[in-house]
Design a protein around this ligand. Structure first.
Ligand SMILES: Cc1cc2nc3c(=O)[nH]c(=O)nc-3n(C[C@H](O)[C@H](O)[C@H](O)COP(=O)(O)OP(=O)(O)OC[C@H]3O[C@@H](n4cnc5c(N)ncnc54)[C@H](O)[C@@H]3O)c2cc1C
Length: 492
């Protein structure tokens, strides 16, 4: 049994901790905040319970696969419901696309909007399914230390069909013309941190995830997944120390490392650092032990940051459903203000989650729990005045498009933006979603999961492989744990 330190209690850290404990090690997780979950934390205030980050539960098979490796299933911990409609896109007051759960109903919706598109969608989603399956079976669970890991028959013969060299934008437009259908199929890649122009068409696998596998919700909130992983970890003997900011990683010799925290020094045989990769390297490690320098990080394409409002409303809102995308202005313009000329958006798109439509436990009776999110470029200067300005813009648009007053009914409001990401998570440039999944930042080209100089130090999380999002972060923890266990076994 070896002593293992995991830095960070987000999805990747908890996943890594569970796998290390399953391999028989004594695992301690060090978390700077006073609650677990990292970007997926929750907080409660005035009868409302808010998920602070993720709200879209896609790819349920990844969570199932995670728990299956411990002989359990998500249903042992929480109740998952499929949302129907999965989400709605609001293009105008009378122009709203609700995306049903039933595949036949989705086809009908496509056909009504664009003649002939139902058949095209079938083909488009079949391609997405192929990519998803190859991705899950052959790509994302690899440590990506070398391209040779991907040189197997299935990947090589299917390489052209994976469409790494075609852009998502070109791929979608080859099939569909109607701008609303294009937006519906392009919006999921916004989660990956770049425009559809820069994201490889491989990621139409996200459309398969969204439209075929469906949009799910764990009753009680997304943080139920974090609690489930934490409970699993506890049952395996994992200890979590909260309110403990790791200040140093000390290299003590060939096989021994220690972490310096405000609560003292902790010696271990291996570390999995799942906090922000840039912070771990630049702040916790001495220069000779770093994989990358500041210039390297400066050249990375980060996924966006965001401006968030957690809002409580003392009435029910008629036109909202669980997931609402306000796409009544130009996606192209907003995307360019995030990625090309980083600046505060002129006419932003935004997203509103209203989990109280599905879950009565997250708001007092007769009220709504709202989560407003506006993506912005990472590293923007921000102030309370700027936050307020955009709050008014978003609420004004909601009032107009939903045709009812909201502002006078707000009984709770809290904002969250770039500075909070930096303060709470040591996030590089206040990023929300880590590193963008552009072609130049795919697999081997991402910041590597291993420290090349310290053999018992591995990284996990949304800035390394396989990338940003709840499912990839969980997978990342698993890969890091597998690699550290392998090293410890080979160097007993
Ligand atoms: C607003 C928002 C919305 C999102 N929406 C979705 C969504 O709908 N669906 C989806 O799948 N994904 C979504 N994501 C992405 C997803 O939440 C993240 O990719 C995932 O939670 C990242 O997990 P992680 O473990 O890599 O990092 P984190 O969750 O950031 O965990 C890292 C942890 O390390 C801790 N830490 C850092 N430095 C130190 C230190 N020195 N000492 C001790 N602790 C430290 C941090 O406090 C943090 O708890 C969203 C993210 C955000 C921010």
């Amino acid at each position: 049994m070896k002593k293992i330190a995991v830095i960070g209690s987000g999805f990747s850290g908890l996943s890594a901790a569970c796998f290390m404990a399953k391999d028989g090690h004594e695992v301690t997780v060090f978390e700077k905040n006073n609650s677990i979950g990292g970007r997926a934390r929750e907080f409660s205030e005035g009868g409302f319970t808010y998920d602070m980050g993720p709200s879209w539960y896609w790819m349920p098979d990844v969570l199932e696969n995670f728990f299956a490796q411990f002989g359990s299933h998500p249903r042992d911990f929480y109740t998952l419901v499929r949302l129907d409609p999965g989400f709605q896109m609001i293009f105008g007051k009378e122009d709203v696309l609700q995306v049903p759960a039933d595949p036949d109903a989705i086809s009908q919706m496509f056909e009504q909007i664009e003649k002939g598109s139902a058949d095209k969608l079938k083909k488009f989603l079949a391609e997405g399914k192929f990519k998803y399956e190859v991705g899950m079976q052959e790509l994302v669970y690899k440590p990506a230390f070398s391209w040779m890991e991907f040189a197997n028959k299935k990947v090589m013969t299917g390489a052209a069909k994976l469409q790494l060299l075609t852009s998502m934008r070109a791929h979608v437009r080859r099939y569909f013309k109607d701008e609303r259908l294009v937006a519906l199929l392009e919006f999921p890649v916004l989660f990956l941190g770049a425009t559809a122009r820069q994201i490889p068409a491989l990621y139409s696998l996200m459309n398969y995830a969204a439209l075929s596998q469906g949009t799910w919700y764990p009753m009680g909130g997304m943080a139920e997944t974090i609690k489930a992983m934490n409970n699993l970890g506890r049952s395996l003997g994992v200890e979590v120390v909260m309110g403990c900011d790791v200040r140093r990683i000390n290299i003590r010799g060939e096989r021994s490392v220690s972490i310096g925290t405000e609560k003292g020094e902790f010696y271990s045989d291996g570390i999995i650092a799942s906090g922000d990769y840039h912070h771990t390297e630049q702040q916790l490690l001495d220069e000779p032990y770093r994989n990358y320098n500041e210039a390297y990080w400066e050249k990375r394409t980060l996924a966006p940051s965001c401006l968030i409002f957690y809002v409580g409303v003392n009435k029910k809102l008629k036109k909202l459903i669980h997931h609402n995308l306000f796409f009544d202005s130009s996606l192209e313009k907003h995307a360019s203000e995030i990625y090309t000329t980083p600046e505060w958006p002129t006419d932003p798109l935004f997203y509103v989650c209203c989990p109280s439509k599905t879950d009565s436990t997250v708001a007092p009776a007769g009220m709504e729990n709202l989560f407003l999110l506006m993506p912005i470029a990472p590293g923007l200067q921000e102030t309370q005045e700027i936050r307020e300005r955009y709050f008014k813009v978003m609420i004004g648009r909601m009032e107009r498009l939903c045709d009812e007053s909201i502002l006078p009914h707000i009984v709770y409001k809290k904002s969250y933006c770039v500075n909070d990401f930096v303060n709470d998570y040591h996030a590089y440039k206040g990023n929300a979603y880590g590193l963008a999944n552009t072609l130049r930042q795919t697999a081997v080209l991402k910041p590597t999961l291993r420290n090349k100089k310290v053999k018992n130090l591995f990284y996990a999380g949304q800035l390394t492989v396989p990338g940003p999002g709840m499912p990839p972060a969980i997978i990342s923890g698993q890969i890091a744990a597998t690699q550290l266990s392998k090293y410890l076994n080979e160097n007993r």
